[in-house]
Design a binder for this molecule. Structure first.
Ligand SMILES: Nc1nc2c(ncn2[C@@H]2O[C@H](COP(=O)(O)OP(=O)(O)OP(=O)(O)O)[C@@H](O)[C@H]2O)c(=O)[nH]1
Ligand SMILES: [Mg+2]
Length: 282
């Protein structure tokens, strides 16, 4: 999709008429998903639209229309209870970094935020979040090495409730969406968070690496089955990936992006901006 516009211009410059089959092949090969692009191309082909700018505009509008208006936003704490946010995703997607960034962003907005290091599989994961927490002066709850992540989340939630935190952000271990037992563990974490507040977790976000491509749709399907997802956080948008798969995820699962990560620093997290995202895609 990223080169779509350039290719389209090249095509128009090189050929007297648009090669609709070639254009279709380019678009289907993108992560956006055939379900959305095929009907758009069909309409353009019927009109025999030849103006490249019109074509791009038409596709832009079609992609924007895939998303709800307004887009869902981050929940707020209510009735003096902390708002619990769970971050899940495959290995290396950017969960731990995003937990720190999100805590930093919420703290800067005047909230009291607690981080929970619930990736107890690897000592390094806890240390990584500890480093962020100390650098950003954010309180952190960590359990014992190898403690059950569900019980770490439960204890962190107890602390957040007792101490009047506004937000609790739980980091979880990376897991392959194909590993049934690891996905089951997410269900357990969710249940343990719900014990003291049936509305919790108030948001569960899938962290997706923008360079992943269409496999992210499969990840979203599987994670959504294990723990209903309330949104996406697309990381590494500063890299080569444009995260076009978010359109396919929105189309199929009705899960919208909430934030995007654009670098490795604490303030490289921004609310998802639909128009900017579509502009980058094209
Ligand atoms: N360029 C860039 N790098 C990022 C971004 N988000 C995270 N990273 C980097 O990606 C790598 C993995 O990030 P982590 O936060 O450790 O990912 P994780 O999902 O917690 O990984 P596991 O716990 O191993 O599953 C780190 O080197 C991060 O600095 C981003 O938005 N942009
Ligand atoms: Mg991690």
């Amino acid at each position: 999709m990223a080169n779509f516009f350039n290719k389209l211009i090249d095509k128009l410059l090189g050929e007297p008429k648009i090669d609709w089959d070639g254009l279709e092949a380019d678009l289907i090969g993108s992560d956006v998903g055939a379900a959305r692009v095929l009907p758009m191309l069909e309409e353009l082909r019927e009109k025999d639209e030849q103006d490249a700018c019109e074509i791009v505009d038409f596709i832009k509008h079609g992609l924007i229309a895939a998303f709800p208006q307004p887009l869902p936003s981050l929940p707020s704490p209510h009735e003096d209870k902390p708002c619990v946010i769970l971050l899940v995703g495959v290995n290396g997607a950017g969960k731990t970094t995003t937990c720190a960034k999100l805590a930093h962003l919420l703290q800067a907005r005047g909230n009291r935020v607690l981080l929970a290091a619930a990736d107890t599989f690897r000592a390094a994961a806890v240390e990584q979040l500890e480093r962020w927490a100390s650098q950003l002066s954010i309180p952190l709850f960590k359990g014992q090495p190898n403690q059950d992540p569900a019980s770490v989340c439960y204890e962190a939630h107890t602390l957040a409730l007792n101490k009047g935190f506004h937000y609790l952000i739980c980091d979880t271990a990376g897991r392959l969406h194909t590993r049934h037992n690891l996905m089951e563990e997410l269900t357990k974490i969710r249940r343990s968070i719900g014990k003291q507040d049936p509305a919790a977790p108030h948001a569960c976000y899938l962290v997706v690496d923008a360079t992943t491509g269409s496999n992210a749709l499969i990840q979203a399907r599987e994670f959504h089955k294990a723990t209903p997802l309330d949104g996406l956080i697309i990381t590494k948008l500063d890299g080569s990936g444009k995260g076009g798969v978010a359109v396919a995820i929105q189309d199929e699962l009705k899960i919208s992006p909430i934030f995007v990560g654009s670098g490795e620093r604490a303030d490289d997290l921004h609310p998802f901006d639909l128009r900017a995202y579509i502009d980058t895609l094209l």
